[in-house]
Every structure is written in structure tokens, then in C-alpha cells.
Design a protein around this ligand. Structure first.
Ligand SMILES: NC(=O)C1=CN([C@@H]2O[C@H](COP(=O)(O)OP(=O)(O)OC[C@H]3O[C@@H](n4cnc5c(N)ncnc54)[C@H](O)[C@@H]3O)[C@@H](O)[C@H]2O)C=CC1
Ligand SMILES: O=C(CO)COP(=O)(O)O
Length: 380
């Protein structure tokens, strides 16, 4: 059992781990609400520049940050510092999260646990673990149950411009999701809570794979019909994968599902779309990754998704084609042609909802009796 700190009030102490596009964007958002924000960065020059000029020299370079944000690091913060925090917000790419959590765990007081929020959108390669499982492995099931996940259509650049934005906020501990929603909620930033963190996480990770597919199609010169097909068939694939995994199919119709899928499949502001677009234009993955300058979670997640899909025995032809282009050197035009030559099939056939991986994860968390369908939709 953990005991969590109370609802962060108007003057809370927040530590944002990660000073990339999204970490700095959320630091700015919370700084605007008068919280004392600390932003942990690994780059010494970034820290120095940020504290002098209130600008991030690498990410969101044109944005003026509120004065009440201090950059800290690059050593991991010590226990005394973490003890003082009301909120720890992890904006670290998925593939690096485990190592960082291993360092943080000994510094967490489970009798006075800060609100723990995770915003990364990916699946770990090698283990095929969702972030929930990475937290359970490194910090134990009780801390994983208290963790909250934020996902949805939310480009960092647009949040700092205060463009109206909405996200999904989910946790197995509803009171923690409500605390996180209250912390972030602003007139230009709406938060909707839900209780299917597995579905929220899966949808946020999967949409990146289809954003690569959509970018690839645009890069090849295909037009609107084709993009709409990829978005819609992508949603069908995501929902089938999620259902077989054990998440609620309805979660995929929410902000973290179709909302973020639509956003990232239709905008060149998306790094994942951009990877696909450049592949479609004929660049090699190696060149793209060397020059992108920012993380595209979908590239590693595609590898993990391929294994998840194969293990589940679900048909996911678009995700499998993206995998073949990224990892088997398949020509992008050939991938599209082969997808179009598949025989006709039923438009949507959801697999049984018994859901192996989610069941195993729920068991690991001591939540074996939880029904993700009913916690997301209490009246079902
Ligand atoms: N940028 C956006 O609009 C959004 C991003 N996200 C998610 O947030 C997460 C972070 O993305 P961005 O900030 O955009 O990425 P970014 O590429 O802008 O920044 C990456 C950050 O990760 C840090 N990093 C690199 N290696 C690390 C390591 N070994 N340990 C700890 N930190 C390390 C870098 O120093 C940098 O601060 C991703 O999972 C992304 O999918 C979610 C919603 C929106
Ligand atoms: O997830 C995102 C916006 O919701 C950001 O997408 P990219 O990582 O593809 O840029």
C-alpha cells in the first residue's frame, strides 16, 4: 500500500524529468499556473542557458518560459530533493524510462508518495512492456497502481501557444487521475479522466506506427483518399490489437486513440509522420534518424508491436508493412501495392476480449478482478 500526498494546491512543487519538447512544454504549462517547477535535464549547456535566459536552446527554442521554472541536473536529483516534490512528471522517451526509474525508486517514500505522471507514448523493445509494466518492474506494483498516464492529441508546440487542447488522463487509482486532471486543467487545456490506463497507453503507442504509415503514403505522393484509408484502417487495427490485448475497445475511440491518431497521421508537425514522409521520399531510415533531432517513438515501438501482434495472432497488415519497411528494407511502393492487393475482408471483426497480456499485467499489479471495460464505462 502507498500513501499519496494530497491534491497539489496552487503552489505545488513539480519536478519534470526530461527537458525535451514535451517536458519543457508541460513545465511551461504548469509554470503558468504558478507552481514551483523544476525541470531536470541531462544537458549541462541547456541548464545553464535556461536558467540565464528562460529559454530552452534545443527544444521549443522560440518560447519564453515563465520565470518560476528552474532547470536542474544533470545528476539524478537526490532523495532530499525528491521528498520535497508534490509531483514527479516523467517526459522521458520510453526506451530510457526503465534505467531512469531504477535510479529514482530508492528515493521515493511510499508513505508520502508524490503524484506520479507519465506522458511517454511507446512500448519497450526487448521486453514489449508498456510503461505500467516498466513501473511495476522497477518500483513495484503499488507504485504502478498509483501512477497516472496522460495521452491524447497534444503537440508541444501548440500547447505553449495555448491552442485549445484536450487529453485523456488515466490511472488505476481514480483519485490520482483526478489530482492530475485538476493539476493540468486550464481554460485552454481540458482533461478527461478514465480508468483504462492499459488502453490509453496502448493507443498512444500504436498511433505512432500508423503516423509513420500515413507520412509514408503522403511522401509517396498519394492523396486524401489514401490518408483517410490509413487512418480508418489504422484505427480498426489498433482497436483489434487493443481488444486482443485486453484493453477496452471503446478507449480507442477517445482522445488517446482516434484523436491522437488523426492528429499525427495528418500533420507534418508529427515526428513519426515525418519519418514516414521522408521514407516515402526515398531517404534511408539511418539518415532520417541521424538528422531528425528529436525522438520518433514509433520507430522502436513498431518493433515491439510486431512481436505483440504476432504473439496475439491478430491481423495488422499496416503495422506489419511498416515493420517490413523499417526493419526488412522493404520498398515503400511495394509495401503499399501488397497492402492494396490483399483479398477483400470483413471491415471490422474484433477478437475475443479475454486479453492475455492485460490479464497478466493486472495479475502482476494485484488487480486480477479488474474489468477494464467496466472501469472505463461504469454503466456497462
Ligand atoms: N513532443 C510532443 O508533442 C509530445 C511528446 N510526447 C511523448 O513524450 C515523450 C518525450 O518526447 P519529447 O519530449 O517530444 O522528445 P524530445 O526528442 O523532444 O526530447 C527527448 C528528451 O529525452 C531526453 N533523453 C534522451 N536520452 C535520455 C536518457 N537516456 N535518459 C533520460 N532522458 C533522456 C533528452 O535529453 C530530451 O530531454 C515521448 O514519449 C513522446 O512520444 C507526448 C505528447 C506530445
Ligand atoms: O504524440 C504527439 C502529439 O500528440 C506527438 O507526435 P510525434 O511524436 O509524432 O511528434
Amino acid at each position: 500500500m502507498v500513501t499519496s500526498k494530497p491534491q497539489p494546491d496552487s503552489n505545488s512543487k513539480v519536478l519534470v524529468l526530461g527537458a525535451g519538447n514535451f517536458g519543457s512544454c508541460l513545465a511551461s504549462h504548469l509554470g503558468d499556473s504558478q507552481h514551483d517547477v523544476f525541470m531536470w535535464a541531462r544537458e549541462p549547456d541547456l541548464i545553464k542557458h535556461f536558467n540565464l535566459h528562460h529559454r530552452n536552446p534545443i527544444y521549443l527554442v522560440d518560447h519564453d518560459f515563465p520565470q518560476n521554472i528552474a532547470a536542474v541536473g544533470p545528476e539524478q536529483p537526490d532523495k532530499e530533493f525528491i521528498d520535497k516534490m508534490d509531483v514527479l512528471l516523467f517526459a522521458i522517451p520510453t526506451q530510457f524510462l526503465r534505467a531512469n526509474l531504477e535510479q529514482i525508486r530508492p528515493k521515493l517514500d511510499i508513505n508520502n508518495l508524490p503524484l506520479l505522471i507519465f506522458v511517454n507514448k511507446g512500448i519497450e523493445i526487448g521486453t514489449h512492456a508498456l510503461t505500467l509494466e516498466i513501473i511495476a518492474d522497477t518500483c513495484g506494483p503499488d507504485i504502478a497502481k498509483a501512477a497516472t498516464f496522460i495521452s491524447g492529441p497534444s503537440f508541444a508546440k501548440e500547447i505553449v501557444e495555448r491552442q485549445p487542447t484536450s487529453v485523456s488522463v488515466a490511472s488505476f487509482t481514480e483519485s490520482e487521475a483526478v489530482k492530475a486532471a485538476n493539476l493540468f486543467h486550464q481554460p485552454h487545456f481540458r482533461c478527461y479522466t478514465g480508468g483504462d490506463p492499459i488502453g490509453i497507453e496502448l493507443s498512444g503507442a500504436l498511433k505512432n506506427v500508423y503516423a509513420i504509415a500515413s507520412g509514408m503514403s503522403d511522401g509517396l505522393g498519394f492523396l486524401n483518399n489514401t490518408r483517410a484509408m490509413i487512418i480508418t484502417r489504422g484505427l480498426a487495427e489498433m482497436t483489434c490489437i487493443g481488444t486482443a490485448y485486453g484493453a477496452s475497445p471503446l478507449t480507442f475511440l477517445g482522445l488517446s486513440g482516434v484523436g491522437d491518431l488523426f492528429l499525427t497521421c495528418s500533420s507534418s508537425n508529427s515526428r513519426n509522420y515525418t519519418v514516414g514522409y521522408r521514407l516515402g521520399k526515398g531517404e534511408s531510415l539511418e539518415t532520417i534518424m541521424k538528422t531528425l533531432g528529436s525522438v520518433a517513438e514509433g520507430v522502436s515501438t513498431t518493433k515491439a508491436v510486431k512481436k505483440v501482434v504476432d504473439d496475439l495472432g491478430v491481423s495488422a497488415p499496416i503495422a506489419s508493412s511498416v515493420y517490413d519497411v523499417l526493419y526488412n528494407g522493404k520498398d515503400t511502393k511495394l509495401a503499399v501495392r501488397q497492402l492494396m492487393e490483399l483479398p477483400p475482408s470483413r471491415e471490422l471483426e474484433l477478437p475475443p476480449t479475454a486479453g492475455g497480456p492485460a490479464r497478466q499485467l493486472l495479475r502482476k499489479l494485484g488487480l486480477e478482478n479488474t474489468d477494464l471495460n467496466t472501469i472505463m464505462h461504469p454503466h456497462l
